[in-house]
Ligand binder design. Structure first.
Ligand code: ADP
Ligand code: MG
Length: 673
């Protein structure tokens, strides 16, 4: 690839600006896609120019440019323009460059917005070109994301000159796939994503790049994980688990029964299970995992379950002890701080321990299993792609069960877990009352805390969540340290705890345990309590500065309450009245359905920010929108599967360029390594 400085007009200095936006050579320049476009294909006569819209006008400079200094730092430049239909003023603020840019009587193209000023129409701060030198008017013009010092014009000219030279990038989507999925050729797509001829050619170009992005990402994930081969294993011989379910303290829901039977079908087949259980908070995923674990042990194997936090691992351990005790099944806990680790490790290795619950500590090299057949990951979204892979490698073609409460839209699940079968736990246990949710302003604070006080007095527990740990100079957001002090002072009769991510793990555990046991009445925290913890006796959650949290995050937080029989409440104290904040609050108040909320989240974030792909350890998508492009996603998914079925390591000549590209994606994303 050519260096940027080989492009006319780009010296070292400008090249260093381009480097800031990640453009280091002509290829990365061509792959630097516009964030939008201005349609300058049609000019409008002045007399017909509508107010409030960006439009293109072709008109003569009727006067010279007049300079009026109205105060320090504010100079207005104005000029009269006319065409055959009308005349109008053009205004620029503080733009001294315009002063010498026009010759009276000559024609120019202006692009900008018409506003009404004291009843007169004027065009404000338009960009312009002379008709002779016209380059970017009369066409659809790209608008690029910039960094300070870099101008639209600079990026446009650079891209234009590279495209103009017809420098060809090598096509890497095999011809067969392009023709099957109706995708245009790379260089046509490049020209038209930057300077589309018209709306159709733009759509054709965009479609190709959306496909390409999702297709290569999917290939990258599959190649990286190396699990695109079929994983064969000996089927479980025994398939009965009824005696286990009978001893549970509740009746399974229909959804739980259905998902368990899906799991049984998997483990009794000759292919290792790869299944994702997606279920809203409180839908009872633990019992589903427990049944799978029971069946595994009954068949003579070991099972492991990994949770993202120590407190959650401990909680699972305790409930599993209870469930498995009656069957004489040995359960152990393994975390980085657990005691008697040596003993535990040897029990795991000898096979005496049948069920192993732990944190990522179970991934360590010194953890050797005797005959591991099932690996469960709880709250999967908290782990990277790699960690899941590491757990799988602890045994030979183990059955894989991953559970997530972050209800991700199906489209994202397909990318993330495309190699998994998906089960939906789409029913809550009976008797659950939806959490009553309110969005309130500052002025209600006193009433809210009075409400909290009454509840705690009657024996319930409460969470208070803040966006910050400690006070900072810059921010007036509520912080957890401060608030916990305030609350302990206000309610000396209650025990108030404080937990946040900056604490040592042991400290965190101690405080969480005290809340779980009911000793602590009010827990002030940051979002560290977002995942999994089950304290059925807590029924109030107050979220301070709720405007700082995304929708899915708010829903996860709310999921901490309403897990017992009592009516639960979530009160969001929101400042700021932006439309997005209002919509988020409204959605939360209207719905308790995690899937609906996830969809709304995606809509509200809109194109440009793609539903926390980062959070899931995936690269940010440049062009694909998981919400709007779900049909292309499915195609890309199928294409990737078909291709790998034929050429599992992309070794064939025609696939080498594609493989290189997919591996480059892996290399660019440390999370995938
Ligand atoms: P999550 O899906 O969020 O992991 P849990 O497995 O922690 O949910 O279950 C939440 C609560 O619901 C627990 O207290 C659990 O004992 C209870 N529970 C699970 N399944 C049922 C059921 N079928 N009937 C009643 N309660 C249930
Ligand atoms: Mg759970």
């Amino acid at each position: 690839m050519a260096k940027l400085t080989d492009i006319k007009g780009i010296g070292e200095k400008r090249a260093s600006l381009f480097a800031k936006i990640g453009v280091t050579d002509t290829e990365s320049l061509l792959r630097y896609f516009p964030r939008g476009y201005e349609d300058r294909t049609k000019t409008v006569p002045l007399a017909e120019a509508p107010i409030g819209e960006n439009i293109c006008i072709r008109a003569r400079a009727f006067s010279h440019v007049k300079e009026t200094r109205i105060r320090k730092n504010m100079t207005i430049y104005s000029m009269i323009i006319n065409d055959d239909s009308d005349a109008m003023s053009v205004i620029w603020y503080n733009n001294r460059f315009v002063k010498d840019s026009f010759k009276e009587g000559k024609e120019y193209i202006f692009y900008g917005k018409i506003v009404l000023n004291r009843g007169k129409r004027e065009i404000v701060n338009p960009v312009y070109e002379s008709v002779e030198k016209q380059k970017f008017t009369g066409r659809i013009v790209p608008v690029y994301p910039l960094c300070e010092g870099l101008t639209q014009a600079a990026v446009r000219s650079a891209v234009e000159s590279v495209i103009g030279e017809r420098e060809r990038l090598t096509e890497y989507i095999p011809r067969e796939i392009r023709s099957r999925y109706n995708l245009c050729e790379l260089n046509f797509a490049l020209s038209n994503i930057h300077f589309p001829e018209n709306a159709d050619s733009y759509n054709i170009a965009r479609r190709r790049f959306v496909f390409e992005e999702l297709f290569t990402l999917r290939l990258a994930l599959m190649l990286k994980k190396g699990n695109n081969q079929v994983r064969k294993r000996t089927p479980y011989q025994l398939r009965e688990y009824g005696e286990f379910v009978e001893k549970l303290p509740f009746q399974l829901t229909g959804a739980q029964n259905r998902v368990i039977s899906e799991i049984v079908a998997d483990v009794t087949s000759d292919t290792a299970m790869s299944r994702l259980v997606q279920g809203d908070v409180g839908s009872g995923k633990t019992a589903v995992a427990a049944a799978a674990i029971y069946l595994t042990v009954k068949n003579g194997y070991q099972a492991v379950m990994m949770a993202p936090t120590e407190i959650l691992a401990k909680q699972h351990y305790e409930s599993f002890l209870e469930m498995f005790e009656p069957f004489g099944i040995n359960v152990v806990l393994l975390t980085s701080s657990s005691k008697g680790k040596k003993d535990t490790l040897s029990k795991i290795e000898s096979g005496e321990a049948r069920v192993i619950i732990g944190t990522h500590a179970v991934l360590q090299k010194n953890v050797v299993f005797n005959n591991l057949a099932l690996a469960v990951t709880d709250e999967q979204h908290r782990f990277g792609v790699t960690q899941r892979g590491m757990l799988i490698d602890k045994g030979e073609n183990v059955n894989v069960l991953v559970m997530t409460a972050t209800p991700i839209p199906r489209t994202l699940a397909l990318i993330l877990y495309g190699d998994l079968n998906i089960s939906a736990l789409d029913e809550l246990p009976p008797g659950r009352k939806p959490v009553k949710t309110y969005a309130v302003g500052e002025n209600m604070r006193e009433r809210i805390y009075a409400f909290l006080e009454n509840n705690v007095k009657s024996g319930m527990q409460a969470y208070v969540v803040c966006p910050l740990v400690a006070e900072t100079e810059k921010s007036d957001l509520e912080n957890a340290e401060n608030l916990s002090v305030k609350l302990s002072k206000a309610y000396p009769e209650f025990k108030t705890g404080l937990v946040h991510g900056k604490m040592k793990a042991s400290e965190k555990n101690e405080i969480m345990s005290s809340f779980v046991s009911g000793e602590t009445n009010i827990l002030v925290s940051t979002t560290v309590i977002e995942v999994g913890v089950n304290v059925p006796n807590s029924n109030i959650m107050i979220i301070e500065n709720a405007e700082r949290f995304g929708l899915s995050q708010l829903h996860q937080l709310r999921g901490r309450v309403g897990r017992g029989g009592e009516q639960a409440y979530c009160i969001m104290v929101a400042h700021g009245k932006s439309d997005v904040t209002k919509m988020r609050m409204k959605t939360m108040c209207e719905s308790n359905d995690g899937f609906y909320i996830a969809e709304q989240d995606l809509k509200l974030r809109g194109p440009g920010d793609f539903f926390g792909t980062r959070q899931h350890g995936l690269p940010e998508l440049k062009i694909a929108n998981l919400f709007e492009d779900s049909d292309i996603l499915v195609m890309a998914q199928n294409a990737a599967n078909e291709l790998l079925a034929k050429d599992s390591e992309l070794k064939l000549d025609e696939n080498l360029a594609l493989k290189k590209r997919a591996l480059a994606i892996v290399a660019e994303n440390t999370v995938m390594n």
